[in-house]
Design a protein around this ligand. Structure first.
Ligand SMILES: Cc1cc2nc3c(=O)[nH]c(=O)nc-3n(C[C@H](O)[C@H](O)[C@H](O)COP(=O)(O)OP(=O)(O)OC[C@H]3O[C@@H](n4cnc5c(N)ncnc54)[C@H](O)[C@@H]3O)c2cc1C
Length: 382
């Protein structure tokens, strides 16, 4: 028996999001990509749909969806929304910020922030990566030093999604020297202008998501800024990465589905040697491989999603899903370009952008190498 099954509710959810994407999100992605502009208006529309707070209980401002329903919704969003940067902005906000604040924040933090985060009125950025600490983030230089009943935080975070548009930042800082993941790191929720929005980077893809720096220059915060327990930031971040690794790639599946459609349609109509190119085995087998990758991606992602919140083993499933789906998206985008030939290389066909956006996926939430490290560690126990 399958470890999950999609219900009529899931199908309705998918249909509703696809219709929303068609009517509200389908225009202008190419121009925005060129200009590198974050579409705040579209972000707001997604907020009105509740997309930025999907798993949060309704009484706290969310939609109260279980993780599998979130995967279905994000897959539909990836299928229907051609703006990869917007998908990234929403996913990072939701999975690495809203989820940990909902799960570990105090009642006071929930009351003050959660409804606005779920509706998109506030944008949050997660600050973990630093200029000299990415794959090994617990080797961070950012420090929070006790000061009376609060803390003074100093450091610099880099490659941060939503950095230059964030109202809030969930920043991880070292609170005990000599300790890392276990007991050494604490999460703080800061309000702009407590953190400075540093420079934004000119990136290869995901250009409508602002990816930049957060600067913390001796920021004084009270004890109420701590999210979860002092010293418990390591496991909290890891849990949020399980959500991100599992559900961000649900968006990727939607993009793969869209690319597959594009490749199939083109292979049916473009002719070469007097026949549709899809008649050539080299082309049809490439398309068959894309379909296999998409279906395997669905199985892995839905399986991991059903385990979120239920099992500690989800870390392994999340790493496997993240590794497979993000790498598959890159290869599907490249195979779509191969299928479309020269047209695929032009901006008009929207595949070159999909490829540029896809490359980010093999880096953020831990690189593909890091997912292999996690999987191997789980298997070998050394
Ligand atoms: C589009 C995008 C959005 C991002 N958004 C955020 C965000 O919102 N918040 C945030 O905190 N960070 C964010 N990041 C940062 C991202 O998490 C890091 O880039 C990533 O973890 C890799 O760190 P690094 O860039 O420092 O590379 P490094 O850690 O320096 O890695 C360089 C290379 O060495 C390899 N490597 C390093 N260590 C090992 C190891 N132990 N075993 C095997 N190989 C290894 C890596 O796989 C890579 O190939 C984002 C990055 C991108 C590209």
């Amino acid at each position: 028996m399958m470890p999950f099954s999609l219900t009529n509710d899931h199908k309705e959810l998918r249909k509703g999001i696809l219709a929303f994407c068609r009517s509200e999100l389908s225009e202008g992605a190419e121009e925005r990509d060129r200009a590198g502009v974050f579409p705040r208006d579209l972000w707001n529309k997604c907020g009105e749909m509740g997309l930025q707070g999907m798993p949060v209980p309704e009484e706290k401002g969310g939609l109260g969806l279980d993780p599998l329903s979130c995967a279905v919704a994000l897959e539909a969003l990836g299928r229907g929304c051609p703006d990869g940067g917007l998908l990234m902005a929403i996913s990072a906000h939701l999975l690495a910020n809203v989820v940990p604040i909902w799960k570990h924040g105090s009642e006071a933090q929930h009351e003050k922030y959660l409804a606005d985060l779920c509706s998109g009125r506030s944008i949050c950025a997660v600050g973990m990566t630093e200029p000299s600490a990415g794959s090994d983030p617990y080797d961070m230089a950012t420090k929070a030093v006790p000061d009376g009943d609060g803390w003074i935080i100093t450091g610099r975070k880099t490659f941060i999604s939503n950095a230059t548009v964030a109202d809030l930042a969930l920043v991880y800082a070292r609170t005990e020297e000599g300790k890392g993941y276990h007991g050494g790191v604490t999460a703080f929720l800061l309000e702009h202008p407590q953190f400075e929005r540093g420079q934004a980077f000119d990136t290869m893809g995901l250009r409508t998501c602002s990816i930049g720096e957060l600067v913390l220059d001796e920021v004084r915060v009270g004890p109420e800024a701590v999210v979860g327990r002092v010293g418990a930031g390591g496991p909290m971040f890891f849990e949020s990465m399980n959500w991100e690794r599992t559900l961000l790639v649900a968006c990727h599946m939607g993009v793969m589905d869209r690319l597959l459609d594009k490749a199939v349609r083109y292979a049916r109509t473009r002719t070469s040697g007097g026949v549709p190119i899809g008649k050539h085995q080299a082309v049809s087998h490439r398309i068959a491989n894309m379909k296999v990758q998409l279906e395997a991606a669905r199985l892995l992602t839905y399986k991991a999603a059903t385990k979120l919140d239920q099992s500690h083993d989800v870390a392994l499933d999340a790493a496997i899903a993240k590794l497979f789906v993000s790498e598959s998206l890159v290869s599907c985008a490249l195979d779509t370009i191969r299928t479309l030939g020269g047209y695929g290389y032009t901006a008009e066909y929207e595949v070159e952008r999909a490829l540029r956006d896809a490359v980010g996926g093999i880096l953020y939430s831990g690189t593909s190498d890091l997912q292999r490290v996690l999987i191997a560690r789980w298997l070998l126990g050394i």
